[in-house]
Write a protein that binds this ligand. Structure first.
Ligand code: SF4
Length: 624
């Protein structure tokens, strides 16, 4: 019996049959996987074959919030979207905030499973328990903000919350994402999974309340959590006021702000061009996810050139890297415009910037010519070409079609040795940290179940100089990084991705008490009792189950690697000058990591004993 937090219900929507059924959420699944990414990976594992075509009707998309979503616990209005990734072929999981996640909960569901394929463009309309399938023909081809507005108008309710895809998802770009408001479940191409199902949008409206198991314990747990947040100097006023956008200054100082497709890290550092004053005069307001007192999202408006007047929510740090550092663009208004355009087209900013920077390097090296690019002079820093290319990628026009499936596919199509400049892990383009100067972050890129994903085991100890949990960490050393990466991945999964809590809180506020805090709030909200170690075990369980899915999909130790450039070319300038993660370095870190995880050292496969210890005996049997 559920006492609080959970609705105890899953909504299963089949687009082929145009049917929707309500199912009970088994209590053991709630206890063992908590929610969010945990539910997503559990249902993906159980219901989707690892060799399924990610863009075929047998792939599924699981939207799941966490048990605290819809309560007044701060920063809990998030969700995980999970499916097999078209970009990587591995588990694809992306997180997003905003208001859709709580609205789904208010409609009565802990998770929504989308399966099958609609015959024609469709949107699904969920109002409390009532589900309708409606034609999306009139919004097919439209940008994401127009799509959301037209559906709201059609439903005659401006408070409906919507997730949708833009033209990129419709055109099956493997870099497409899922947008709600101006927030993205980005990375891993899950927008193309929606597109492949002819699913333009999901609209939801609910009026149920989320119950609390123990109101007194809730009052105490929420009070303690809120106090830790309030007393945190890096959260208030700093982070709350500026968000992540000024990360370019900190990362440049550490010598790890990647530039020009990772060829000029430490040399190209647009600190002044993207600095405090530049951002301040463009900031016209703040936005926040449901129930979040922090409100880290900045509303910015472009002030110059062809971009004047363009409004965006962001650009946050990763996007600033993708359309600034990665492409060598030092025009902040162009970054604002590219951010807004990507949201409208439904393109993941990190992957889109990644592939454009890659193409720019090929152009500069003479591997691509003006004829190849359709007349675009793709030099680093050419912001107009960057913005033009975004549209071409989303609509698969000309040269844009070659780039539309990400850097790995583009390199295979272009050939001529371009593979050595393709910066990805498992097909996922690299985020905004040059890991030659941040070794645990590098190990995380190599081993995260989603590919090069800073969010799966963000090494905040190296990025923000925190001493949790093993004391001071030397970011330039490979020592103790295996243990640390396991901790980062498991604790982040258990305290952020599964309960769908905002990860900024882990990095900035509760690192030292993360598992204790999650256990306290879980008990107060749901009545389910865990020790901090048991919370961490949930993260370990989820990461192991994702790993087994990937092993079944064909991934092994050889895929736990980094782009050649990061392993062979030492950084030429900056605070991390001379550093590299060599193959030997990586081997040593991988051995330590696998040992800490209880995985086979040769193949990186979880051992039978480890899987049984985690209650994943069925996965051990599958591997056998
Ligand atoms: S801190 Fe920012 S991303 Fe996190 S919940 Fe609040 S507004 Fe959303």
């Amino acid at each position: 019996m559920y006492k609080g937090g959970y609705t105890g219900k899953i909504l299963r929507v089949n687009l082929t049959e145009q049917s929707a059924i309500e199912e009970d959420l088994p209590l053991e699944i709630a206890k063992d996987f908590i929610g969010g990414a945990g539910f997503g990976i559990k249902y993906l594992y159980d219901e989707v074959e690892a060799d399924t075509d990610p863009m075929g009707p047998d792939n599924k998309l699981i939207f799941a919030s966490g048990p605290f979503s819809g309560t007044t616990i701060p920063c809990a209005s998030r969700m995980a979207v999970t499916g097999k990734s078209p970009l990587t072929g591995a588990v694809g999981m992306a997180l997003s905030g905003g208001y859709f996640p709580v609205e789904l909960k208010f409609a009565g569901y802990d998770a929504l499973i989308i399966e099958g394929k609609a015959k024609e463009p469709t949107y699904v309309w969920i109002k409390n328990g009532d589900v309708k399938f409606r034609s999306a023909k009139k919004v097919w081809g439209m940008k994401t903000t127009d799509t959301q507005q037209i559906i709201k108008n059609e439903l005659n309710d401006q408070n409906v919350r919507i997730v949708c895809i833009g033209p990129a998802g419709e055109n099956l770009s493997k870099m497409s994402c899922i947008i709600n408001e101006m927030r993205a479940a980005g990375r891993k191409g899950l927008g193309a999974v929606m597109g492949s199902k002819n699913l333009k949008a999901i609209a939801v409206r609910g009026t149920h309340k989320v119950s609390i198991a123990d109101k007194e314990k809730f009052r105490i747990a929420k009070g303690a959590f809120s106090k830790v947040m309030k007393d945190c100097p890096s959260l208030y006023p700093k982070f709350s006021k500026v968000g992540t956008g000024l990360g370019v200054i900190g990362m440049s100082g550490r010598g790890i702000f990647p530039a020009k497709n990772f060829s000029a890290t430490g040399e190209f550092t647009p600190v002044e061009e993207f600095g405090v004053d530049v951002q301040k005069i463009r900031t016209i307001g703040r936005e926040s996810c449901y129930g979040c007192p922090v409100g880290c999202s900045q509303l910015k408006i472009a002030k110059t050139g062809p971009y004047i007047g363009t409004l965006t929510e962001g650009p946050e740090y990763e996007t600033t890297f993708a359309f600034g550092g990665q492409t060598g663009v030092d025009n902040y208004d162009a970054v604002i415009a590219a951010d807004r355009l990507s949201d409208e087209l439904g393109l993941d900013t990190v992957s889109a910037g990644g592939v454009i920077g890659f193409a720019m390097e090929l152009y500069e090296k003479g591997i691509l010519s003006k004829e190849d690019t359709g007349g675009l002079e793709l030099k680093f820093g050419n912001h107009e070409a960057m913005v033009t290319l975004l549209r071409k990628i989303a609509f698969r026009e000309g040269f844009g079609d070659i780039l539309s499936d990400g850097v790995k596919v583009a390199a295979a199509k272009i050939g001529k040795g371009s593979e050595q400049y393709a910066m990805h892990v498992k097909g996922l383009e690299l985020p905004g940290y040059d890991v030659r100067g941040s070794k645990a972050q590098g190990l995380n890129y190599a081993t995260a179940y989603t590919g090069a994903d800073h969010n799966r085991g963000y090494a905040f100890q190296e990025i923000k100089a925190s001493s949790v949990p093993i004391g001071e960490v030397d970011r330039l050393s490979i020592e103790r990084k295996g243990e640390l990466t396991k901790w980062n991945q498991d604790v982040r999964t258990a305290t952020c991705d599964a309960p769908t809590m905002c990860a900024f809180l882990l990095d900035l506020v509760v690192a030292s008490i993360a598992t204790r805090n999650t256990a306290d709030v879980m008990e107060a909200v749901t009545g389910l009792v865990y020790t901090p170690d048991e919370i961490q075990k949930v993260g370990e369980r989820i990461n192991n189950l994702a790993r087994v899915f990937n092993i079944k999909a064909g991934f092994t130790r050889v895929d736990d690697t980094l782009p050649k450039r990061l392993m062979t070319e030492p950084l030429k300038e900056g605070a991390a000058k001379g550093h590299v993660i060599s193959q030997d370095d990586l081997n040593i870190m991988l051995d330590e990591y696998y040992k800490a995880r209880g995985w086979d050292l040769k193949t990186g496969t979880p051992t039978k004993e480890k899987l049984i210890e985690l209650g994943l005996g069925y996965a051990a049997e599958d591997l056998a």
